[in-house]
Design a protein around this ligand. Structure first.
Ligand code: MF3
Ligand code: CO
Length: 254
C-alpha cells in the first residue's frame, strides 16, 4: 500500500533530508587517503545527532553503523571498519536520518583524490546523470516505469549496467515503503505517480556486468565480476509543480 504524505509530513521530510545532505557534504570533505571508513561513521553519527536527528540505518535489521561506506567493487551496504581509504578508491556514502518520525535517505559517490582512469570517471558522471534523469521523469501523472526506464537508458546507452537485485523505494515513516523503484523498466508501466508520493531513487551502476553477490558479513554487496560500482541517491517528493529534491542543502532564498 502506498502512503501519500501530508504537507506536515513533507515539512518533516525536508528537515530530515536537509540534515542528510549537510552531513553527506561533511563526509565528502573528510574523504582522503589514510582515513578509515570507521572514522567516517563516527563523524556521520555525531553530526546527525548534533542536528537533533537520529541515524536511520543504525540497528536497521541489525545493521551496525550510521553510514554505509562501499568502496570500489562494493555496490551498497558496506560496513565501516578499519580499512584505510587509498588514492583512486571510489567511495559510496549512503546516509539516512530520522526527524520527528520521518526519514531522509541519500547517497553520493566520490573518488579519493582522482579517478584511476577515464572510464571510472565516466561511471560516476553517468550515475549522477541517470539519477537526474530519473528525478526529471518523476512527474505527477507519469508512471513508475517512466522513472525506471529513464535511469536505465542513460546507463545502458553508455555501456554500463544497472543492478537488478537492489532497488529504490518509497520512503517516509519507514525507510523502505511501497512502491519499489527499480532502476530498470518500461515506460508506461507501473503505478501512476500521485502528488504526495515520496520516493528514494538510487541508481547502482556497474562498470561491468549487473550481477552482484552478498559477502559473508551478510551485508556488503559486491559486483560478481569485481568491476567498479557507483551509487547516487536522492529522496524526492512529488508535487504537481514538479519533483522536489528533499535531500538537498538549504538554498539561498534571495
Ligand atoms: N539507503 C539504503 C537503502 O536505500 C539503506 C541502507 S540499509 C541499512 O536501502 F541497513 F544499512 F540501513
Ligand atoms: Co535508499
Amino acid at each position: 500500500m502506498i502512503e501519500l504524505k501530508s504537507a506536515q509530513d513533507r515539512e518533516k521530510m525536508r528537515r530530515a533530508g536537509r540534515i542528510v545532505a549537510e552531513v553527506l557534504q561533511l563526509l565528502k570533505a573528510r574523504v582522503r587517503a589514510g582515513v578509515r571508513t570507521r572514522d567516517l561513521d563516527q563523524l556521520a553519527e555525531a553530526e546527525i545527532r548534533a542536528r537533533g536527528a537520529v541515524p536511520a540505518f543504525k540497528g536497521y535489521h541489525g545493521y551496525p553503523a550510521s553510514v554505509c561506506v562501499s568502496v570500489n567493487e562494493q555496490v551498497v551496504h558496506g560496513i565501516p571498519g578499519l580499512r584505510p581509504l587509498r588514492r583512486h578508491d571510489l567511495v559510496s556514502l549512503d546516509l539516512g536520518a530520522v526527524v520527528d518520525g520521518f526519514v531522509g535517505d541519500a547517497a553520493i559517490s566520490v573518488f579519493v583524490e582522482e579517478p584511476p582512469n577515464d572510464r571510472a570517471a565516466e561511471l560516476l558522471t553517468v550515475t549522477q546523470t541517470a539519477l537526474g534523469a530519473g528525478i526529471q521523469a518523476a512527474q505527477v501523472g507519469a508512471r513508475l516505469g517512466d522513472v525506471s526506464a529513464a535511469v536505465q537508458e542513460v546507463v545502458e546507452q553508455r555501456g554500463f549496467s544497472v543492478v537488478r537485485d537492489f532497488v529504490g523505494h518509497g520512503v517516509g515513516r519507514a525507510m523502505h515503503e511501497d512502491p519499489q523503484v527499480p532502476n530498470y523498466g518500461t515506460r508506461g508501466r507501473g503505478v501512476v505517480l500521485r502528488p504526495g508520493l515520496a520516493i528514494a531513487i538510487e541508481p547502482m551502476v556497474n562498470l561491468g556486468g549487473y550481477q552482484v553477490d552478498v559477502l559473508e558479513d551478510g551485508w556488503t554487496v559486491v559486483t560478481r565480476d569485481g568491476s567498479l560500482s557507483c551509487h547516487f541517491e536522492h529522496t524526492i517528493f512529488l508535487d504537481p509543480g514538479g519533483p522536489e529534491i528533499l535531500t538537498q542543502n538549504a538554498k539561498s532564498l534571495v
